[in-house]
Design a binder for this molecule. Structure first.
Ligand code: GDP
Length: 182
């Protein structure tokens, strides 16, 4: 359940989007944060983020989600981008095999610079382009299982599973965080 931006929240956490250029990171975020999709979106260079409040049980959580805003094209993401992140959506494009092959590299960076308990959801985006698929559902699934990641295929364009992918991450972070508080 989602609440308005201004409501007081119980806690705030940072999450990041990562993956190759043009896999749909910015559109996944704008879909989740503002329910918008942009055919030719390319934000100006620099890190951007968006907030959304989500209610999990009796807690109101403010998720601050960072977008690389194109920096990944120049391999210019610095460790500060990942610092303090409790969650990540690691995104590839199911119609471009090369973006899936890069996942190992992005995962390595996340594990090197992110929080040790970071919750990672592997996301195969552009599910609406299934007829041009170059990465099988099973490939994504088994990679995620091997690496202990959550997994989901999404379409930012058709708004398929986008909410679920973010909520899976947020709920899991909440579980881990509340166990630590207890
Ligand atoms: P980023 O570089 O990873 O942030 O990718 P963008 O969000 O800028 O998207 C790159 C391109 O892919 C844009 O032209 C988007 O319109 C398009 N795109 C993003 N998500 C989807 C999707 O789910 N389906 C389709 N068909 N196109 C998408």
């Amino acid at each position: 359940m989602v609440d308005s931006f201004d409501e007081e929240c119980d806690y705030l956490f940072k999450a990041v989007l990562t993956g190759d250029s043009a896999v749909g990171k910015s559109n996944l975020l704008s879909r989740f944060a503002r329910d918008e999709f942009h055919l030719d979106s390319k934000p100006t260079i620099g890190v951007e983020f968006a907030y959304r409040n989500v209610r999990v049980g009796d807690k109101l959580i403010k998720a601050q989600i960072w977008d690389t805003a194109g920096q990944e094209r120049f391999r210019a993401i610095t460790s500060s981008y990942y610092r303090g992140a409790l969650g990540a959506l690691l995104v590839y494009d199911i119609t471009r095999r090369a973006t899936f092959d890069s996942i190992k590299k992005w995962l390595h960076e996340l594990r090197e610079f992110g929080n040790p308990d970071i919750v990672i959801v592997l996301v195969g985006n552009k599910l609406d382009l299934g007829s041009s698929r170059e990465v099988d559902l099973e490939d994504g699934k088994s990679f995620a299982e091997r690496e202990g990641l959550c997994f989901m295929e999404t379409s930012a364009l058709e708004n398929l599973n986008v909410e679920d992918a973010f909520l899976q991450m947020i709920t899991k972070i909440h579980e881990i965080t509340s166990q630590k508080i207890l």
